[in-house]
Design a protein around this ligand. Sequence first.
Ligand SMILES: [Zn+2]
Length: 177
Amino acid sequence: MAYRYCPQCATALALVEQMEDGGPKARMRCTACDFTHWNNPTPVLAAVVECEDRGGQLLLARNAAWPGRMFALITGFMEAGETPEAGIRREVAEETGLEVGTVSLIGVYDFQRMNQVIIAYHAQARGEIRLSPELAEYRLFAPAEVKCWPAGTGYALADWLRARGHQPQFIELPPRA
Ligand SMILES: [Zn+2]
């Protein structure tokens, strides 16, 4: 979220250099009150969804808002008052309709282009697939044939594959519009 106005007093923010613990730093700050727009990365939850009742295939989904036919891990934002693990259970259940069993942390990854930090889990799931309206379609992939993006959640998927003895294959990202 890039603020243009102070959320405390509605004055336009300006790029102002101030002394911080790490030395002088220019940030978007309010010139009328003491507000600083820190612009810290937002945590995003992601899941490698393994369908236990479909031979261990991985469910990847295409977001309805994306151009092209790109399939990705299930992702979502944490809600206030929930743990990351509870959050990824909720997201997988809401977005796929699956029953979520064991979830385990894969790792934490930076995604600087989106100013996000990705907290990636492996989620074992089963049941009937019913996509939320956010998702346009899904595909099931055998772990040996799935391809990883060279960014963000793709590195989480690659680490998960390596831990299971698969050499991850990367695809090129489509050009940005
Ligand atoms: Zn202000």
